[in-house]
Design a protein around this ligand. Structure first.
Ligand code: NAP
Ligand code: GLV
Length: 309
């Protein structure tokens, strides 16, 4: 029995060690060394080459190395009828919640503006609101967005969220679907994006969206770079329509040195580190799903290819 590991960004050694502790009989093969393809029962992947998952006659499921699956649905040819799972894990959620709270608080307390003032030795107090006066809006109320929204509400922020289907979350005003989008934006002073990237959410942060936010709003993107029309975001920052942004994800990663975001005032750039899959807990999930499939049960955390997340 073998697992095919395909990723240019995750360490095969760390994952092989993690599987070795949990399931020593599972042989981890690192792409492109697939060996006898008939042995492969699971593929653990991040952005696999387009043909890599075909011709694996005994493949039981495809596991994404991350919470997002846009890397799989974009240009990979997927074998018919093989379930795709994504990574859902308490530690991943806890890390993302920390990062969301960190940067919403930073925008709330005007840190990007103070960082802009520091090289100019500018000692000046900026007006400050209380958390209960600050309207935070979370795009995506799933595993990660839902957890962040609840934690932010716990800080006393006036929190709203937006999802495809309507949600009920204690302490969070919930908006849904196309009809709920504009009213959600109109009340959002700090916008946090935790959507999956799908055909429906590609480019969702654009000129029109940014114009629908109150003037001087801030934007925190922890979702995917493809959510943003970068030229529109830069224009909103340059005009002052948007006060600040924290960007962890970009259309091109690593962010090229010539990208204007590196030098844009009041923008904090981080290198796609909001939440990182841990091989120990990731391997536990894969092993659990293999056991479920053997018992004839569906794997946990399956995605729905028809909606792309
Ligand atoms: P999830 O549980 O699948 O939640 C997705 C949420 O987005 C759901 O609430 C869903 O609505 C909503 N949604 C999807 N399409 C929508 C649409 N067209 N209109 C409105 N709402 C829509 O996903 P998750 O685990 O929270 O992860 C979210 C994303 O975070 C991932 O896909 C990934 O891109 C990103 N991420 C980033 C990092 C990082 O380090 N920066 C790390 C992990 C994940 P419903 O509830 O109605 O289905
Ligand atoms: C990271 O971006 C993930 O999708 O887990």
């Amino acid at each position: 029995m073998a697992l095919l590991f395909i990723s240019k960004v995750d360490s095969p050694e760390d994952w092989t060690r993690a599987f070795g502790k949990l399931m020593p009989e599972l042989e981890v093969r690192v792409w492109p060394e697939a060996g006898n393809k008939a042995d492969i029962e699971v593929a653990l992947v991040w952005r696999p080459p387009s043909e890599a998952l075909l011709d694996l006659p005994n493949l039981k499921f495809i596991a994404s190395l991350g919470a997002g699956v846009d890397h799989l649905f974009r240009d990979t040819r997927l074998p018919d009828g093989v379930p795709v799972t994504r990574f859902v894990d308490d530690d991943l959620t806890a890390m993302m919640t920390e990062y969301a709270v960190l940067h919403v608080l930073a925008c709330h307390r005007r840190l990007p503006e103070y960082l802009e003032m520091q090289p100019k030795a500018e000692w000046r107090e900026l007006p400050q609101s209380l958390a209960r006066e600050r309207k935070v809006g979370v795009l995506g109320l799933g595993v990660l967005g839902g957890a962040a929204a609840r934690k932010l509400a716990g800080f006393g922020f006036d929190v709203a969220g937006w999802s495809r289907t309507r949600k009920v979350l204690p302490g969070v005003t919930c908006f849904a679907g196309a009809d709920g989008f504009k009213p959600f934006l109109a009340r959002t002073e700090i916008l946090l994006c935790l959507l999956p990237l799908t055909p429906a959410t590609e480019g969702i942060i654009n000129r029109e969206t940014l114009a629908a936010l109150p003037k001087g709003a801030a934007f925190v993107n922890l979702g995917r770079g493809g959510h943003v029309v970068e030229a529109d975001l830069l224009a909103a920052l340059e005009s002052g329509r948007l006060r600040a942004a924290v960007l962890d994800v970009f259309r091109t990663e690593p962010l090229p040195p010539e990208s204007p975001f590196w030098r844009q005032p009041r923008v904090i750039v981080t290198p796609h580190v909001a939440s990182i899959t841990n091989p120990e807990s990731g391997a536990r999930k894969v092993v659990e799903n293999l056991a479920r499939i053997r018992r004839g049960e569906p794997p946990l955390d399956q995605v729905d290819p028809s909606v792309g997340y």
